[in-house]
Design a binder for this molecule. Structure first.
Ligand code: PAF
Length: 273
């Protein structure tokens, strides 16, 4: 496995690569959810490229960025074991030579759900993913459905800008109790970890979005949103811990009898999770 911190070196190496290239972009703190994306890329592609880059431009809250788990050595071990061929770990200066003057902005869906609660978040995500897709030029890029809004926005961006990469959705990986795997789960204290699976459980309830919001709040979560649209129910909550607050997001196929605020139809490519 080759590790490139220098983008100049990586770009030179990329020019020499052939075969089907699979790409898994991450912010590190790898877990079984990431492993499932990597495994799929290794199975479907000739070369798998993993990026590990904690992207500051997508964090609207400096405290969230400061406490995001960083586990580079363990990440590299996992990547090696899973058969990753190349890891790219760029620096901010190399990835943002423009100082983030140039940005990719989406004008509709990025302002909803997480976008309404995290100003600038999706502009940071789309901008860094566009840079990474241009640097890696993959045939396929793999994204988890836990971040369903992110996946939809990236697929839309790839269509809008005629990118050649196929944007592949991968099922959410869950703990046995239903909690969606996330790098942020490591920040939950014991009490928060006990509460967290109620989030997924209540999202699946056939009750209305408003009733689910109320039940989540009564259970002890701070609720950002629970909204059903495009055939899915999306949610975001904060678990208040003794030392740290942890924001969780999740989404499920819209429960059959849940009241939908926007019955605009199923988003293309939706996969149950
Ligand atoms: O989902 C993530 O980990 C990040 O948003 C991504 C896609 C790697 C961009 O920084």
């Amino acid at each position: 496995m080759k590790v490139y911190e220098s983008l100049d070196d990586w770009r030179a190496a990329r020019r020499a690569l052939s075969g089907r290239i699979g790409f898994v972009p991450t912010m590190g703190a790898l877990h079984r959810g990431h492993a499932s994306l990597i495994e799929r890329s290794v199975a479907e592609c000739d070369v798998t490229v993993l990026s590990i880059y904690l992207n500051p431009t997508q964090f609207n809250n400096p405290d969230d960025l400061a406490h995001y788990p960083r586990t580079l050595e363990a990440d590299l071990d996992m990547a090696r074991e899973l058969g990753v061929d190349v890891v790219v770990t760029p620096t901010y200066d190399a990835l943002y030579p423009d100082g983030y003057r140039y940005r990719v902005e989406e004008g509709e869906f990025s302002g909803e759900l997480c976008g309404a609660h995290r100003p600038g978040h999706f502009t940071g995500v789309l901008t860094v993913v566009m840079k990474l897709l241009n640097l890696v030029r993959p045939d396929r890029a793999y994204f988890g459905e836990k971040d369903y809004q992110q996946f939809e926005l990236i697929r839309g961006m790839a269509d809008a800008f005629f990118l050649d990469a196929e944007i592949v959705p991968c099922r959410t990986v869950r703990e046995a109790d239903g909690l969606a795997l996330s790098s942020r789960n490591a920040l939950l204290d014991a009490e928060g970890r006990r509460l967290a699976p109620r989030f997924h459980c209540l999202l699946r309830s056939p009750e209305s979005d408003a009733a689910v919001r109320e039940r989540l709040a009564r259970a002890g979560f701070e609720v950002d949103y629970v909204e059903t649209r495009h055939g899915r129910r999306f949610g975001a909550v904060t678990v208040h811990g003794r030392t740290r607050d942890v924001r969780l997001i999740d989404n499920v196929p819209a429960p059959a009898t849940a009241r939908s605020d926007d019955a605009a139809g199923v988003l293309p490519g939706a996969v149950n999770a």
